[in-house]
Design a protein around this ligand. Sequence first.
Ligand code: ADP
Length: 259
Amino acid sequence: MKDDPPNDPAASAMSRPVVLRTRALSRYHGDFIVLDAIDLEIRKGEKIAILGPSGAGKSTLIRCFNRIEAHDSGKLSIHGQVIDRNTDLVKLRGMVGLVFQDYNLFPHLSVLDNCTLAPRIVRHADPVGARDLALQFLEKMGIAEQAEKYPAQLSGGQRQRVAIARALCMQPEIMLFDEPTAALDPEAISDVKNIINDLCAAGITTVFVTHEMGFARHVADRVMFMDRGKLLETAPAATFFHAPDSPRARAFLDRMLCL
Ligand code: ADP
């Protein structure tokens, strides 16, 4: 029997409100099923690691969460509001921030302008307030001194920190990270992991796709394990890493932990 211990963070999160829910969420490319009827719930303040082999559909799933990719059938709702073709995408993406593996910064804008663009254009924030907020987040990321530089003048780790600061400037309710450390050198990996860990500790609802099992184990409350477009298993992180239910997850973990 797998009883959760009384102070299990995953168990205590279950009393909090659901912020994101999917029902039979599916996405296809031609005949190929990328997401196959995904049912899940994410609650306020949860830290969710989405794990699984390459090609499982992990990135596609979180890209559907802020509709950078559109699902083909099924239902996605955030705070009970259905997300579909009628959704105001600007508003949605302000609420659900996504940090990409390859940063996706605007190369022709300074670090500061990268961070203030969306708040000014989308939120109509006043320029001074947007600048102050951006500098606060850049400071938090340890790169305030790079504010006037352009992305090409920064290292990969610094660019990823700018990308995180930029997402935070929209003050999102949910932060999505798509393999945020995959393109980084070991020192930068450690810095970016610490930053995400701090965000999680601050209570922001966080969903991250990662191949770093140690990081997932350390940071996540719950793990969602995917393979071939299906969500095969959802479990508290401690349970998943100790004794995953599905043979596929067991084989995956065995392989990843031996690497
Ligand atoms: P993961 O993040 O788990 O590695 P992805 O979500 O990136 O997986 O991709 C899931 C599957 O969908 C992969 O097999 C990928 O090749 C396929 N796929 C993704 N985007 C496209 C596309 N635009 N056209 C065709 N197949 C795609």
